[in-house]
Write a protein of this length. Sequence first.
Length: 138
Amino acid sequence: MSSRAAALSAEDTAIAAVRVDKWLWAARFFKTRGLAVEAIDKGHVRLDDERIKPSRTLRAGDTLTVRKEGLTWTFTVRALSDRRLSAPLASALYEETAASLAARQTLLEQQRTLSAPRFPGRPTKRDRRVLEDFLNES
């Protein structure tokens, strides 16, 4: 266990349970608690494959599934915190499953390869002339 995780565990041992919406905000899955509540209400956050309410208490060892922007995270809660932490400390609050990480990486790779090419915008007069010359060559 890293020193950060050890420090985090020592700080938060007094917390036995915390609200799911507050924990998701503290673990930096959502920018605000309001966004976390909205995602929970829409069913994008599940505890052991069951829909939950934002006030549901979360304990260490629980398994959460979070769907956000087309991606899915499945992870086990390692520690609890009721305050927002820095990103390295927040990542010590949970442990993502290997299957979830692999599936998410595969999906991201597919999205990168299938993405439409981006054009800088409207062609310039020179670009239009080059295109017309190319099309008129036949």
